[in-house]
Write a protein that binds this ligand. Structure first.
Ligand code: URA
Length: 232
């Protein structure tokens, strides 16, 4: 059971104050009964809620996919920069959305944004071995020897990275697949070879590829098939 004002504001772009006004004007109906207080508790899985005659589509959690552009930080708030949350559709603005994992400010590509903490924990936990694949452009030449070294688990200073897959595409471009997500992981791995990362784009999580219909900066809900692909 949850308060009616909270349910409505989480599932629409109405604020709690807006909901109060709707209630005053007798515009909120639950199971044929006019609601007269924002404090009334109902079961959103069972009870039918109408707002000004329109049925409310209740979703416990939302799962969004973003094609992250450069210049946005992977955080919910930031004093200086725009955040990935600024790119989410307005109708979800009353939810406590957060990015499931981080990409650097200058990294682009696939990012999942949700308000489901358990789901986020599951896809990020190194124990679950969910693959994250990146397209990388480097400042210099790759070498075949790196493939085995990445696979064995690179040691850089006193940091040991988990086994990673390196697929060389050209002299200076490759795919890297990780199952953990340490801070600046790919950039620090290539530093071992004195290579700088010039471009970094995440293209896959689990078995979900960055959808082709999403231009940079676009964000939409995942379909249930896409959602399953992340963990399958
Ligand atoms: N590795 C990095 O160095 N940066 C990212 O954003 C992701 C992986």
């Amino acid at each position: 059971m949850e308060r009616i004002d909270k349910i409505i504001s989480n599932n629409t772009n109405l604020s709690r104050n807006d909901v109060k006004k709707y209630i005053k004007n007798k515009l909120i109906i639950v199971n044929n009964k006019i609601i007269d207080s924002p404090k009334i508790k109902i079961d959103p899985n069972v009870d039918k809620i109408f707002i000004n005659g329109e049925i409310l589509k209740y979703q416990k959690y939302v799962y969004l996919v973003l094609n992250k552009p450069k210049g946005y930080v992977s955080a919910t708030v930031d004093n200086l920069s725009k955040t990935v949350i600024d790119l989410c559709p307005d109708k979800f603005k009353n939810r406590n959305l957060f990015p499931a994992g981080r990409l650097d400010k200058d990294t682009t590509g696939l990012m999942i944004i949700t308000d489901d903490g358990e789901f986020a924990h599951n896809i990020l936990s190194p124990k679950k071995h969910i693959k994250k694949q990146y397209y990388v452009v480097l400042s210099g030449n790759l070498d075949n020897i790196m493939i085995d070294e990445f696979y064995s688990g690179l040691v850089v200073g006193n940091e040991k990275f988990k086994s990673a897959k390196l697929e060389i595409l050209s002299n200076d471009t490759c795919y890297v697949t990780l199952t953990e997500g340490k801070y600046h992981e790919i950039k620090r791995m290539f530093k071992k070879y004195n290579l700088d990362v010039i471009e970094l784009k995440r293209i896959m999580m689990g078995n979900l590829f960055l959808p082709d219909d999403l231009d940079e900066g676009e964000c939409r809900e995942l379909t249930s098939e896409e959602l399953k692909k992340i963990t399958s």
